[in-house]
Design a protein around this ligand. Structure first.
Ligand SMILES: [Zn+2]
Length: 304
């Protein structure tokens, strides 16, 4: 549950719809076309491995290699037939790597240990449900080639700070905290990011030195809202009754995380048994993974 995760020093949760500017949706087709674009001919070695070389081009490659070796330089792979001068391509051996690539997702099954989180009928505790859910989300994210780090593996209960440190130590990462609500329409999912006022707990005069630990999320609020939006859109498609747009809440865990960070809250533990939650889990995992995929180009355009 999100409310249990808000700091006790914070005021009552101020939930309101995030004020998101309309944005062109990035679908899988956009991502696929980006990938195709990065693989288009003329960048690196395509054209050499893409077909059967002619005798003339084999001869040309041989001449080029022997010339390069005799000069003690690295062999340069020509980009065009002999009739066209081959331009020099520095670092042509290295595949292009986006500078701000999103490579890691830190998944946070909230609560744990003595802190069970929301409790419903016997046998349904939030801490257990989110751990099972995290394992499924992990599989869906790894299928996209992302590395996934869990803040807890079993029944332990790391502190808020320990979970944040784990995320903040990663490069090219996002953070997703998983919760189950104590109330709400069963079968719905909500995604939250931190509101502006909760990131800056109290106005403080500017001072030299590193940023305050509990303001770590401040520079990432915009990206976090974008991440919440891409995931919420996917959840709305899968779970009727879920909102179309994400919300903001003073989720304590998110304040000290210095990467784009959201909380996903599933409704709810107030059910006779876990059947509905267990049925939702694979769809939540798929929705979260697709939401992250849609967020990837946004992160890589504006992330650190
Ligand atoms: Zn919770």
């Amino acid at each position: 549950m999100i409310q249990a995760c808000a700091a006790s020093s914070l005021p009552q949760l101020a939930r309101r719809k995030a004020n998101l500017a309309p944005r062109k949706k990035q679908g899988p087709g956009d991502i696929a076309s980006r990938i195709r674009g990065s693989l288009s001919p003329g960048r690196n070695d395509s054209g050499i491995l893409g077909g059967v070389p002619s005798r003339a081009s084999i001869l040309f490659v041989g001449i080029m290699l022997s010339g390069a070796l005799s000069l003690g330089a690295s062999p340069q792979v020509p980009q065009a037939p002999p009739s066209t001068p081959a331009p020099q391509q520095p670092n042509a051996e290295q595949p292009p790597t986006p500078r701000n690539a999103l490579g890691v997702v830190v998944l946070d099954p909230a609560h744990g240990g003595a802190d069970t989180g929301a409790r419903g009928s016997p046998g349904i505790t939030e801490s257990d449900v989110v751990l099972s859910l995290a394992r499924l989300v992990r599989i869906s994210l790894e299928a996209q080639g992302l590395r996934v780090v869990l803040t807890r593996q079993a029944g332990e209960d790391p502190s808020f700070d320990d979970r944040a440190k784990l995320a903040n130590a990663q490069r090219g990462a996002i953070f997703i905290s998983l919760h189950v609500a104590s109330t709400g329409s069963p079968g719905t999912v909500r995604v939250y990011s931190l509101p502006q006022q909760a990131a800056a707990v109290a106005p403080t005069p500017p001072r030299p030195g590193p940023a305050r630990w509990d303001e770590a999320q401040q520079p990432y609020l915009g990206l976090s809202r974008n991440l919440a939006a891409t995931i919420q859109t996917q959840m709305a498609h899968r779970f009727p009754g879920s909102p179309d747009t994400p919300q903001v809440a003073a989720v304590r865990q998110l304040r000290t995380v210095a990467v784009p960070a959201v909380a996903i809250e599933v409704s709810s533990v107030s059910l006779p048994d876990r059947t509905l939650l267990d049925k939702m889990a694979p769809l939540i995992a798929d929705g979260a993974a697709r939401g992250v995929a849609d967020f990837r180009p946004i992160f890589e355009a504006g992330g650190k």
